[in-house]
Design a protein around this ligand. Structure first.
Ligand code: ADP
Length: 306
């Protein structure tokens, strides 16, 4: 059996507007690189990036510890992490490392886990970053494409996105709080009106239909969220302007990427993604924030190297 495995896991966007905690999509923009090696005793994290190195505080460490216990793996595991996905910007950074570990250990020990089992283990990592287990980002990172997470019992459905779908992810230069996801979960209303619920279900259903029918315009026009986005947008300087500018430049829809502060615009190959990106940059600039915009397509998922 091999001694080590290398996994490159993609960043992801969660929610896609109305699909809070349910929808995720892997993005071909940035990847975390994780090398898992059988070595010594226990779980050791090696990284020169600004992330916790204690296995109980790192999403990767939690996943490896849980899988070691579940599958009675007695080898020690060294987890070497090279981050590329910036932590805390709503691009599923913590999830990319967690997903890479679940996929990597599955390969290293030939565990033959199903997609849903992989996601279940990867989700354990999110406890370290968000305080609660949620599966939208890890499912996207581990499986690639667009994912729908059904819980209790966990069941993850993956749908291949349309080939012409294009995303512009604008990442503002901001100081994000250490427990950003936890903070931004705290501002969401505990109760919602029936009419808002209907609007979000309608849009969420249309998104799933859009992915099934490979209709990028339907997906983009449906990333409308009347519940979570209005409660969170004040945490993103310039959000309204970024959104308005992107729509005026031809985006089908714009929303917060995951818990933010990144903002994601949906378009297709018929439109000028560069023009949309520049419009988003100008929106952040009006709020005195610099930003970087990634023009990307959905990712097919992790790449495993021996
Ligand atoms: P993101 O959407 O980028 O995952 P979160 O706020 O949910 O943003 O997670 C980032 C937090 O998770 C940071 O406080 C970071 O220190 C912590 N964290 C723990 N392990 C990791 C990891 N392996 N990669 C990135 N962030 C991690």
């Amino acid at each position: 059996m091999a001694k080590s495995v290398t996994v490159r896991a993609p960043c992801s966007t969660a929610n896609l507007g109305p699909g809070f905690d349910v929808f995720g999509m892997a993005l071909d923009a940035l990847y975390d690189n994780v090398i898992l090696t059988k070595k010594g005793k226990g779980v050791v994290i090696v990284s020169s990036d600004n992330i916790p190195l204690s296995p109980s505080k790192n999403t990767a460490g939690l996943v490896v510890s849980a899988m070691k216990k579940e599958f009675k793996i007695t080898d020690g595991i060294e987890i070497k992490i090279k981050k590329n996905v910036p932590a805390g910007f709503g691009m599923g950074s913590s999830a990319a490392s967690a997903a890479a570990c679940a996929v990597g250990l599955n390969k290293l020990y030939n565990l033959k886990l199903t997609d849903t089992e992989l996601v279940e283990f990867a989700g354990i990592g999110e406890k370290a970053s968000a305080g609660t287990i949620h599966y939208d980002n890890v499912a996207a990172s581990a499986l690639g494409g667009f994912v729908v997470v059904k819980t209790k019992p966990l069941n993850v459905v993956k749908i291949q996105p349309p080939n012409d779908l294009v995303l512009c992810v604008a990442v503002p230069e901001l100081k994000v709080p250490a427990k950003k996801t936890k903070v931004s979960r705290g501002v969401i209303p505990k109760k919602v009106s029936l009419s808002d619920m209907v609007k979000n279900i309608s849009n969420a259903s249309a998104i799933v239909a859009g992915f099934s029918e490979k209709n990028s315009e339907l997906i983009g026009r449906s990333v409308q969220d009347v519940i979570v986005e209005p409660a969170r947008k004040h945490m993103i300087p310039g959000f309204d302007k970024v959104k308005k500018n992107a729509m005026a430049a031809g985006a089908y829809g714009v929303t917060i990427s995951g818990a933010g502060p990144s903002v994601i615009a949906f378009t297709d190959k018929k439109h000028d993604a560069k023009k949309i990106s520049n419009a988003m940059k100008r929106g952040f600039k009006a709020a005195k924030k610099k930003s970087e915009v990634f023009i990307c397509k959905p990712s097919k998922g992790p790449i495993i190297k021996r």
